[in-house]
Ligand binder design. Structure first.
Ligand code: PLP
Length: 386
């Protein structure tokens, strides 16, 4: 049998073994805890929208879990990124260094600031931004002028660096942080996929000036839709809370807004779901770890290349992935598994290949291009306990 058919069959058989006979999604949410009780209480209270205590409760839970000083809930992860970039000083016509290998939200948030992404390659070992490539780019392409870091080629100011922790696997964030500090660029982490992931015992999203999370339906915990900004800077936290809640000055009854704000507040109803999901996060993480071991064993037996996070990181194992030996093999595996009701997906098309971002500067993106053709995600829900 062809190797691709063999791998596809192992994925199908093993997925059926743990998830049963029905259609198997890539990642399905699990509501086995207090969700319905909390949601009923929330509805009975009438506070389902912009007022209610669970927004604060949910923020406290994230703050405590991640070890960050402040947490600000938002309506989704993209909104969290938008505000984090804006408050980092990403202004009109500037540039943000990021990965081409990421989900569209990363680049959309940059575009919402009227800034342009610059694409740096990733490491094959982490799927996240390569510190060596970043440093190489900065040395080759930038100069400092009037205390600003200027891209020599585009003449634009580089206003932030935005790496992403792909599938929950921490990138080499301490090295990236060192480089950003040395070059004077604010670091923002897109930690949308990495709640529960640590790098050298520190939670992802807490290395940069800001980190952001997403609680979309496919993430490790969900609020239906939702996001969070974390930071250790009190002033920035206050600003983030202010402009995500229409910049309204607190007053008994007057409506006074002191700058352009955003209606990016997370509704209390969604925060309520988040409070319940956070109670279950430690259990979800345990199951994810077991699931990772289960897939690792099964796929190594099939001689498939299974993605393994680096030793210095503790991944949340949000989405498991295999690295196919060719695009042809990848396509064959995607075709067979999906035709058999076991959902698998390729990694995103590179941002640099999309019409909106195709003219943005990049560093060659060798690894990103290589990975784009080969990575396949396999079912990773926690609804069955292997
Ligand atoms: C999910 C995700 C986001 C945020 O998505 P929302 O749907 O807006 O919550 C941002 N970046 C990455 C890499 C993501 O996977």
């Amino acid at each position: 049998m062809l190797k691709s058919n063999l791998i596809a069959n192992v994925i199908i058989d093993k997925a059926r073994e743990i998830y049963g006979d029905d259609f198997i999604p890539l990642h399905r949410p699990v509501f086995n805890g207090t969700e319905k009780k909390y949601l009923n209480d929330c509805i009975d209270s009438n506070f389902v929208s912009s007022v209610g205590e669970n927004v604060q409760n949910f923020e406290n839970q994230i703050q405590e879990f991640t070890g960050s000083k402040y947490a600000i809930a938002t309506v989704n992860g993209t909104a969290a990124l938008h505000i984090a970039l804006k408050l980092s000083g990403v202004e009109n016509d500037s540039e943000v260094i990021t990965q081409s290998l990421t989900f569209i939200a990363t680049c959309n948030a940059i575009a919402y600031c009227n800034a342009t992404p610059v694409f740096i390659d990733v490491d094959k070992e982490t799927l996240g931004m390569s510190p060596e490539r970043l440093e190489h780019f900065l040395k080759k392409n930038t100069i400092r002028k009037n205390n600003k870091l200027i891209n020599k080629i585009t003449k634009k100011r580089i206003s932030a660096c935005l790496p992403m922790h792909t599938f929950g696997n921490p990138c080499r964030i301490d090295d990236l942080k060192k480089i950003c500090r040395q070059w004077g660029i604010p670091l923002v982490e897109d930690a949308a996929e990495s709640l529960g992931s640590f790098f050298k015992d520190r939670h992802t999203g807490t290395f940069g000036q800001f980190g952001t999370f997403s609680f979309n339906g496919n993430k490790i915990i969900t609020t239906g839709g939702g996001g969070m900004i974390v930071t250790n800077n009190k002033l920035l936290a206050q600003k983030a809370k202010h402009i995500t809640t229409t910049s309204k000055k607190p007053h008994e009854y007057e409506f006074f807004h002191d700058e352009i704000g955003y209606n990016y507040r997370l509704p209390n109803l969604n925060a309520t779901l988040g409070c319940s999901q956070m109670e279950q996060l430690p259990e979800f993480l345990k199951i994810k770890r077991k699931l990772f071991s289960f897939w690792k064993e099964a796929l190594e037996d099939a001689d498939a290349s299974f993605f393994i996070p680096t030793k210095e990181s503790e991944s949340n194992y949000w989405l498991n992935a295999i690295i196919c030996s060719s695009k042809k093999e990848r396509n064959q595996i995607l075709k067979i598994t999906n035709q058999n009701g076991v959902m698998t997906r390729p990694i995103w098309k590179l941002m640099s290949s999309l019409p909106m971002f195709s003219k943005c500067q990049n560093d060659g993106l060798d690894n990103s291009l290589w990975l784009e053709q080969r990575v396949v995600n396999i079912p990773s829900s926690v609804y069955y306990k292997p």
